[in-house]
Design a protein around this ligand. Sequence first.
Ligand code: 5GP
Ligand code: MN
Length: 326
Amino acid sequence: MNSLEDIAKAINNAERILICGHIMPDGDSLGSVLALGSALEQLGKEVIMAGPDPIPQIYEFLPDKQKFRVGKPPESNYDTLITLDCSVPKRLGSEYCDLPGQGHLTVINIDHHSGTNSFGQYRYIEPQAAAVGEIIFDLLELMQIEINLETAICLYTAIATDTGSFRYENTTPSTHRRVARLLELGVPVARINMRLYEERPRAAKFLLGAALNTLSFSTCSKVAWMTVTRDMLQAVEAGDEHTEGLVNYARGIKGVEVGLLFHELADSGIRISFRSKEFVDVRRLATLFGGGGHARAAGCEVGGDLKKIRHEVVAAAVSAAGGKAL
Ligand code: 5GP
Ligand code: MN
Protein backbone atom coordinates (compact mmCIF):
# COMPACT_ATOMS: atom_id res chain seq x y z
CA MET A 1 0.00 0.00 0.00
CA ASN A 2 1.29 3.43 -0.95
CA SER A 3 0.64 6.82 0.57
CA LEU A 4 -1.51 9.37 -1.21
CA GLU A 5 1.74 11.34 -1.71
CA ASP A 6 3.20 8.38 -3.68
CA ILE A 7 0.06 8.31 -5.82
CA ALA A 8 0.30 12.06 -6.46
CA LYS A 9 3.95 11.67 -7.51
CA ALA A 10 3.16 8.75 -9.83
CA ILE A 11 0.37 10.79 -11.44
CA ASN A 12 2.65 13.80 -11.81
CA ASN A 13 5.17 11.60 -13.64
CA ALA A 14 2.52 10.28 -16.04
CA GLU A 15 1.84 11.93 -19.38
CA ARG A 16 -0.91 9.98 -21.09
CA ILE A 17 -3.35 8.45 -18.68
CA LEU A 18 -6.23 6.01 -19.13
CA ILE A 19 -8.75 6.19 -16.27
CA CYS A 20 -11.25 3.35 -15.80
CA GLY A 21 -13.96 2.44 -13.31
CA HIS A 22 -15.99 -0.75 -13.08
CA ILE A 23 -18.52 -2.55 -15.29
CA MET A 24 -22.15 -1.47 -15.00
CA PRO A 25 -20.85 1.79 -13.57
CA ASP A 26 -22.46 3.40 -10.55
CA GLY A 27 -22.30 6.95 -9.21
CA ASP A 28 -19.02 6.44 -7.37
CA SER A 29 -17.31 4.84 -10.34
CA LEU A 30 -18.49 7.43 -12.90
CA GLY A 31 -18.26 10.45 -10.63
CA SER A 32 -14.71 9.55 -9.58
CA VAL A 33 -13.52 8.83 -13.13
CA LEU A 34 -14.97 12.10 -14.49
CA ALA A 35 -13.74 14.17 -11.52
CA LEU A 36 -10.19 12.85 -11.63
CA GLY A 37 -10.05 12.90 -15.44
CA SER A 38 -11.18 16.51 -15.75
CA ALA A 39 -8.90 17.62 -12.92
CA LEU A 40 -5.87 15.98 -14.53
CA GLU A 41 -6.73 17.64 -17.82
CA GLN A 42 -6.48 20.94 -15.95
CA LEU A 43 -2.92 19.89 -15.05
CA GLY A 44 -2.16 19.53 -18.76
CA LYS A 45 -2.21 15.72 -18.84
CA GLU A 46 -3.53 13.83 -21.81
CA VAL A 47 -6.43 11.86 -20.34
CA ILE A 48 -8.71 9.14 -21.70
CA MET A 49 -11.72 8.10 -19.62
CA ALA A 50 -13.22 4.83 -20.80
CA GLY A 51 -15.19 1.72 -19.93
CA PRO A 52 -17.15 -1.08 -21.56
CA ASP A 53 -20.66 -0.10 -20.42
CA PRO A 54 -22.70 3.02 -21.20
CA ILE A 55 -23.55 5.67 -18.63
CA PRO A 56 -26.95 4.86 -17.05
CA GLN A 57 -29.64 7.48 -17.67
CA ILE A 58 -29.76 8.63 -14.04
CA TYR A 59 -26.16 9.85 -14.31
CA GLU A 60 -26.67 11.75 -17.54
CA PHE A 61 -26.56 15.07 -15.68
CA LEU A 62 -22.87 14.52 -14.85
CA PRO A 63 -20.75 17.27 -16.38
CA ASP A 64 -18.29 16.20 -19.09
CA LYS A 65 -20.02 12.83 -19.44
CA GLN A 66 -19.38 13.01 -23.20
CA LYS A 67 -15.68 12.59 -22.41
CA PHE A 68 -16.37 9.04 -21.21
CA ARG A 69 -15.65 6.66 -24.10
CA VAL A 70 -17.83 3.57 -24.18
CA GLY A 71 -16.55 0.35 -25.74
CA LYS A 72 -13.26 -1.48 -26.15
CA PRO A 73 -10.07 -0.14 -24.60
CA PRO A 74 -8.83 2.74 -26.75
CA GLU A 75 -5.95 2.08 -29.15
CA SER A 76 -4.02 5.23 -28.42
CA ASN A 77 -0.79 5.16 -26.52
CA TYR A 78 -1.00 5.69 -22.81
CA ASP A 79 1.73 5.15 -20.26
CA THR A 80 -0.41 4.95 -17.14
CA LEU A 81 -3.64 3.20 -16.18
CA ILE A 82 -5.59 4.45 -13.17
CA THR A 83 -8.30 2.07 -11.95
CA LEU A 84 -10.98 3.43 -9.64
CA ASP A 85 -13.45 1.49 -7.47
CA CYS A 86 -12.26 -1.91 -8.81
CA SER A 87 -11.30 -4.51 -6.21
CA VAL A 88 -10.13 -7.04 -8.82
CA PRO A 89 -9.16 -6.67 -12.52
CA LYS A 90 -12.30 -8.62 -13.49
CA ARG A 91 -14.38 -5.61 -12.40
CA LEU A 92 -12.83 -3.60 -15.24
CA GLY A 93 -14.72 -5.79 -17.72
CA SER A 94 -13.63 -8.65 -19.95
CA GLU A 95 -11.96 -6.41 -22.54
CA TYR A 96 -10.10 -4.31 -19.98
CA CYS A 97 -9.16 -6.82 -17.30
CA ASP A 98 -5.85 -7.80 -18.93
CA LEU A 99 -4.59 -4.21 -19.02
CA PRO A 100 -3.21 -4.21 -15.44
CA GLY A 101 -0.99 -7.16 -16.39
CA GLN A 102 0.65 -5.33 -19.30
CA GLY A 103 4.25 -4.67 -18.33
CA HIS A 104 4.68 -1.37 -20.17
CA LEU A 105 1.89 0.34 -18.21
CA THR A 106 2.24 2.00 -14.83
CA VAL A 107 -0.86 0.86 -12.98
CA ILE A 108 -2.30 2.97 -10.17
CA ASN A 109 -5.11 1.32 -8.24
CA ILE A 110 -7.30 3.60 -6.10
CA ASP A 111 -10.09 1.81 -4.27
CA HIS A 112 -12.08 1.48 -1.05
CA HIS A 113 -12.89 -2.25 -1.04
CA SER A 114 -11.20 -4.42 1.55
CA GLY A 115 -9.71 -7.61 0.18
CA THR A 116 -6.45 -9.42 -0.03
CA ASN A 117 -5.54 -9.90 -3.68
CA SER A 118 -5.04 -6.42 -4.94
CA PHE A 119 -3.18 -5.34 -8.07
CA GLY A 120 -1.13 -2.47 -9.54
CA GLN A 121 2.39 -1.12 -8.92
CA TYR A 122 0.80 1.74 -6.99
CA ARG A 123 -2.07 0.95 -4.62
CA TYR A 124 -4.10 3.22 -2.46
CA ILE A 125 -6.86 1.13 -0.92
CA GLU A 126 -8.73 2.72 1.95
CA PRO A 127 -11.72 0.69 3.18
CA GLN A 128 -12.53 3.48 5.64
CA ALA A 129 -13.36 5.77 2.74
CA ALA A 130 -17.11 5.87 2.14
CA ALA A 131 -16.52 6.31 -1.58
CA VAL A 132 -13.60 6.51 -3.96
CA GLY A 133 -14.91 10.05 -4.49
CA GLU A 134 -13.66 10.91 -0.98
CA ILE A 135 -10.17 9.69 -1.89
CA ILE A 136 -10.20 11.70 -5.13
CA PHE A 137 -11.29 14.78 -3.14
CA ASP A 138 -8.28 14.34 -0.81
CA LEU A 139 -5.94 13.63 -3.74
CA LEU A 140 -6.96 16.81 -5.58
CA GLU A 141 -6.42 18.82 -2.40
CA LEU A 142 -3.01 17.25 -1.92
CA MET A 143 -2.06 17.95 -5.54
CA GLN A 144 -3.39 21.50 -5.11
CA ILE A 145 -5.70 21.15 -8.10
CA GLU A 146 -8.60 23.55 -7.84
CA ILE A 147 -11.99 21.84 -7.64
CA ASN A 148 -14.36 23.65 -10.02
CA LEU A 149 -18.15 23.32 -9.98
CA GLU A 150 -18.16 20.53 -12.60
CA THR A 151 -15.69 18.45 -10.61
CA ALA A 152 -17.59 19.22 -7.40
CA ILE A 153 -20.82 17.84 -8.93
CA CYS A 154 -19.02 14.63 -9.92
CA LEU A 155 -17.50 14.20 -6.46
CA TYR A 156 -20.78 14.96 -4.72
CA THR A 157 -22.51 12.31 -6.86
CA ALA A 158 -19.80 9.75 -6.07
CA ILE A 159 -20.05 10.33 -2.33
CA ALA A 160 -23.84 10.72 -2.16
CA THR A 161 -24.50 7.48 -4.03
CA ASP A 162 -22.03 5.25 -2.16
CA THR A 163 -23.34 6.48 1.21
CA GLY A 164 -26.97 5.96 0.12
CA SER A 165 -27.42 9.69 0.44
CA PHE A 166 -25.52 9.86 3.75
CA ARG A 167 -27.70 7.20 5.38
CA TYR A 168 -25.25 4.28 5.60
CA GLU A 169 -22.78 3.59 8.41
CA ASN A 170 -19.82 4.48 6.15
CA THR A 171 -20.89 8.14 6.48
CA THR A 172 -18.43 9.92 8.80
CA PRO A 173 -17.90 13.45 10.10
CA SER A 174 -15.20 13.90 7.45
CA THR A 175 -17.66 12.75 4.76
CA HIS A 176 -19.87 15.68 5.72
CA ARG A 177 -16.89 18.06 5.95
CA ARG A 178 -15.82 17.20 2.43
CA VAL A 179 -19.38 17.49 1.14
CA ALA A 180 -19.79 20.85 2.91
CA ARG A 181 -16.84 22.10 0.86
CA LEU A 182 -18.47 20.80 -2.31
CA LEU A 183 -21.74 22.56 -1.48
CA GLU A 184 -19.82 25.80 -0.94
CA LEU A 185 -18.76 25.49 -4.56
CA GLY A 186 -22.41 25.59 -5.62
CA VAL A 187 -23.46 21.95 -6.12
CA PRO A 188 -27.24 22.01 -6.81
CA VAL A 189 -28.20 19.27 -4.33
CA ALA A 190 -31.99 19.31 -4.79
CA ARG A 191 -31.73 18.95 -8.55
CA ILE A 192 -29.12 16.20 -8.34
CA ASN A 193 -30.99 14.21 -5.69
CA MET A 194 -34.22 14.38 -7.70
CA ARG A 195 -32.32 12.83 -10.62
CA LEU A 196 -30.53 10.25 -8.45
CA TYR A 197 -33.34 9.07 -6.22
CA GLU A 198 -36.79 10.01 -7.52
CA GLU A 199 -37.13 10.74 -11.19
CA ARG A 200 -37.25 7.59 -13.29
CA PRO A 201 -38.72 6.73 -16.68
CA ARG A 202 -42.14 5.11 -16.49
CA ALA A 203 -40.67 1.74 -17.46
CA ALA A 204 -38.50 1.73 -14.33
CA LYS A 205 -41.51 2.42 -12.09
CA PHE A 206 -43.47 -0.40 -13.75
CA LEU A 207 -40.47 -2.69 -13.30
CA LEU A 208 -40.50 -1.83 -9.59
CA GLY A 209 -44.14 -2.96 -9.44
CA ALA A 210 -43.34 -6.21 -11.22
CA ALA A 211 -40.30 -6.84 -9.01
CA LEU A 212 -42.29 -6.22 -5.82
CA ASN A 213 -44.73 -8.87 -7.00
CA THR A 214 -41.90 -11.42 -6.76
CA LEU A 215 -41.03 -10.61 -3.13
CA SER A 216 -40.34 -13.77 -1.17
CA PHE A 217 -39.27 -14.44 2.40
CA SER A 218 -37.34 -17.13 4.24
CA THR A 219 -39.21 -18.95 7.01
CA CYS A 220 -37.18 -17.04 9.57
CA SER A 221 -38.23 -13.75 7.86
CA LYS A 222 -34.68 -12.42 8.02
CA VAL A 223 -34.03 -12.82 4.30
CA ALA A 224 -36.16 -11.29 1.55
CA TRP A 225 -35.54 -11.51 -2.18
CA MET A 226 -36.88 -10.38 -5.50
CA THR A 227 -36.28 -11.59 -9.04
CA VAL A 228 -36.13 -9.76 -12.36
CA THR A 229 -36.27 -11.98 -15.42
CA ARG A 230 -35.74 -11.11 -19.09
CA ASP A 231 -39.48 -11.57 -19.65
CA MET A 232 -40.28 -9.04 -16.92
CA LEU A 233 -37.91 -6.48 -18.41
CA GLN A 234 -39.40 -7.01 -21.85
CA ALA A 235 -42.99 -6.78 -20.63
CA VAL A 236 -42.47 -3.25 -19.28
CA GLU A 237 -39.83 -2.26 -21.86
CA ALA A 238 -37.25 -1.62 -19.15
CA GLY A 239 -33.47 -1.98 -19.45
CA ASP A 240 -30.94 -3.65 -17.17
CA GLU A 241 -29.97 -0.31 -15.64
CA HIS A 242 -33.52 0.09 -14.29
CA THR A 243 -32.86 -2.64 -11.72
CA GLU A 244 -30.59 -0.26 -9.80
CA GLY A 245 -31.86 0.32 -6.27
CA LEU A 246 -34.53 -2.42 -6.39
CA VAL A 247 -32.67 -4.55 -3.85
CA ASN A 248 -33.17 -1.84 -1.23
CA TYR A 249 -36.91 -2.56 -1.26
CA ALA A 250 -36.17 -6.10 -0.05
CA ARG A 251 -33.76 -4.98 2.66
CA GLY A 252 -36.04 -2.15 3.78
CA ILE A 253 -38.71 -4.47 5.17
CA LYS A 254 -39.11 -4.56 8.94
CA GLY A 255 -37.49 -7.67 10.40
CA VAL A 256 -35.40 -8.37 7.29
CA GLU A 257 -31.61 -8.44 7.72
CA VAL A 258 -30.56 -9.45 4.20
CA GLY A 259 -32.16 -8.27 0.95
CA LEU A 260 -31.30 -9.97 -2.34
CA LEU A 261 -32.01 -9.24 -5.97
CA PHE A 262 -31.64 -11.88 -8.67
CA HIS A 263 -31.37 -10.24 -12.06
CA GLU A 264 -31.29 -12.38 -15.19
CA LEU A 265 -28.82 -10.94 -17.72
CA ALA A 266 -29.06 -11.04 -21.52
CA ASP A 267 -26.11 -13.46 -21.80
CA SER A 268 -27.84 -15.98 -19.47
CA GLY A 269 -25.76 -14.99 -16.46
CA ILE A 270 -27.40 -13.88 -13.23
CA ARG A 271 -26.39 -10.77 -11.31
CA ILE A 272 -27.02 -11.00 -7.61
CA SER A 273 -27.12 -7.94 -5.38
CA PHE A 274 -26.72 -8.40 -1.64
CA ARG A 275 -27.66 -5.81 1.00
CA SER A 276 -27.69 -6.17 4.77
CA LYS A 277 -28.97 -3.97 7.55
CA GLU A 278 -27.00 -4.50 10.74
CA PHE A 279 -24.83 -7.56 11.15
CA VAL A 280 -24.50 -9.90 8.17
CA ASP A 281 -21.26 -9.38 6.23
CA VAL A 282 -22.62 -9.67 2.69
CA ARG A 283 -19.15 -9.30 1.20
CA ARG A 284 -18.36 -12.73 2.63
CA LEU A 285 -21.59 -14.09 1.20
CA ALA A 286 -20.92 -12.63 -2.27
CA THR A 287 -17.36 -13.94 -2.14
CA LEU A 288 -18.74 -17.49 -1.73
CA PHE A 289 -20.24 -17.01 -5.19
CA GLY A 290 -17.20 -15.41 -6.83
CA GLY A 291 -18.08 -11.75 -6.16
CA GLY A 292 -17.20 -9.17 -3.55
CA GLY A 293 -18.05 -5.71 -2.26
CA HIS A 294 -18.60 -4.17 1.15
CA ALA A 295 -20.02 -5.45 4.44
CA ARG A 296 -23.49 -4.01 3.75
CA ALA A 297 -23.53 -3.95 -0.08
CA ALA A 298 -22.04 -6.60 -2.32
CA GLY A 299 -22.63 -8.39 -5.58
CA CYS A 300 -21.65 -11.20 -7.89
CA GLU A 301 -22.40 -12.63 -11.29
CA VAL A 302 -22.94 -16.35 -11.79
CA GLY A 303 -23.91 -18.68 -14.60
CA GLY A 304 -26.41 -21.52 -14.34
CA ASP A 305 -30.00 -22.26 -13.52
CA LEU A 306 -31.78 -19.34 -11.82
CA LYS A 307 -33.89 -21.44 -9.45
CA LYS A 308 -30.97 -23.57 -8.33
CA ILE A 309 -28.70 -20.58 -7.76
CA ARG A 310 -31.42 -18.69 -5.95
CA HIS A 311 -31.95 -21.64 -3.64
CA GLU A 312 -28.23 -21.87 -2.83
CA VAL A 313 -27.77 -18.14 -2.29
CA VAL A 314 -30.87 -17.80 -0.13
CA ALA A 315 -29.74 -20.79 1.96
CA ALA A 316 -26.33 -19.18 2.50
CA ALA A 317 -27.97 -15.86 3.44
CA VAL A 318 -30.36 -17.55 5.89
CA SER A 319 -27.45 -19.31 7.52
CA ALA A 320 -25.44 -16.06 7.79
CA ALA A 321 -28.47 -14.29 9.26
CA GLY A 322 -28.78 -16.95 11.95
CA GLY A 323 -32.03 -18.39 10.63
CA LYS A 324 -32.64 -22.12 10.97
CA ALA A 325 -33.91 -23.26 7.58
CA LEU A 326 -35.34 -21.86 4.40
P1 5GP B 1 -24.52 -3.85 -6.76
O1 5GP B 1 -25.39 -4.75 -6.01
O2 5GP B 1 -24.92 -2.42 -6.65
O3 5GP B 1 -24.27 -4.30 -8.16
O4 5GP B 1 -23.09 -3.94 -6.07
C1 5GP B 1 -22.88 -3.52 -4.76
C2 5GP B 1 -21.39 -3.45 -4.49
O5 5GP B 1 -20.86 -4.76 -4.53
C3 5GP B 1 -20.64 -2.67 -5.53
O6 5GP B 1 -20.48 -1.34 -5.17
C4 5GP B 1 -19.33 -3.37 -5.58
O7 5GP B 1 -18.54 -2.87 -4.54
C5 5GP B 1 -19.64 -4.79 -5.22
N1 5GP B 1 -19.78 -5.74 -6.34
C6 5GP B 1 -20.87 -5.91 -7.12
N2 5GP B 1 -20.69 -6.89 -8.00
C7 5GP B 1 -19.45 -7.39 -7.80
C8 5GP B 1 -18.67 -8.43 -8.41
O8 5GP B 1 -19.11 -9.12 -9.35
N3 5GP B 1 -17.42 -8.62 -7.92
C9 5GP B 1 -16.92 -7.87 -6.89
N4 5GP B 1 -15.67 -8.12 -6.47
N5 5GP B 1 -17.63 -6.90 -6.29
C10 5GP B 1 -18.88 -6.65 -6.72
MN1 MN C 1 -17.45 2.74 -4.56
